[in-house]
Ligand binder design. Structure first.
Ligand SMILES: CC(C)(COP(=O)(O)OP(=O)(O)OC[C@H]1O[C@@H](n2cnc3c(N)ncnc32)[C@H](O)[C@@H]1OP(=O)(O)O)[C@@H](O)C(=O)NCCC(=O)NCCS
Length: 171
């Protein structure tokens, strides 16, 4: 994502349906939120990849990595017998525009996601914030791309989410 992407990114965020917004939990969905995401480039521990549609040039997906691991994630995974390590583990969260969901697009680009993670020196990917238990398409997406469920937790809003992890196959 480049700093000049804010308007295009705002178009993507404002177009998201209420359901997709609930599943993906961005801080906001307007130009200010898009500017905030763009100004975060190279400032924090996040790496955000955008998917652009060739014909329109519009952003149709945002694929986010976080290279830091919050302590509560580390503690939850430890309970499941998995010892997370910031050197080799990262968090991932994808969001596609509604009209592009369920067509295999995020699966098509998944090898690239793994390649980016590998280049960052990562060996495993966990879900950023887990996946809501009532989001069957995302759960199926992760499962078919090799993630396994390691546990579940209830968020501050009372909603149940699953923790999932993927071992990246080395090249
Ligand atoms: C989750 C997301 C990134 C997946 O990308 P995608 O390109 O839509 O995923 P794919 O089309 O490759 O795979 C979806 C799978 O779920 C299946 N599916 C779709 N709706 C389903 C449902 N209601 N119940 C069960 N499976 C469902 C599809 O059939 C497909 O599986 P198949 O290939 O075995 O048939 C995308 O749908 C999205 O952005 N959703 C909204 C935001 C979101 O939920 N982000 C994840 C937050 S954790």
């Amino acid at each position: 994502m480049a700093r000049t992407d804010a308007e295009s990114l705002a178009g993507f965020l404002t177009g998201l349906s209420p359901e997709t917004r609930r599943f993906s939990t961005f801080d906001g969905h307007d130009l200010a939120a898009a500017r905030e995401l763009c100004s975060a480039i190279a400032r924090y521990d996040k790496l955000r990849l955008v998917l652009e549609e060739e014909a329109s040039g519009g952003i149709v997906g945002l694929l986010e990595f976080s290279l830091s691991l919050p302590q509560n994630d580390v503690a939850r995974y430890r309970k499941a017998g998995i010892h997370l390590d910031e050197g080799t583990d990262c968090r991932f969260g994808p969001t596609l525009a509604d009209e592009h969901q369920g067509k295999g697009l995020a699966t098509q680009v998944f090898p690239l996601i793994c390649e980016v993670a590998r280049r960052l020196g990562k060996r495993r990917i966990i879900l950023w914030g887990g996946v809501l238990a009532d989001n069957p398409r995302a759960i199926r997406y992760y499962e078919k791309n090799g993630f396994r469920t390691v546990g579940s937790f209830t968020g501050p809003d009372g909603q149940r989410s699953l923790d999932m992890i993927l071992d990246i196959i080395p090249r």
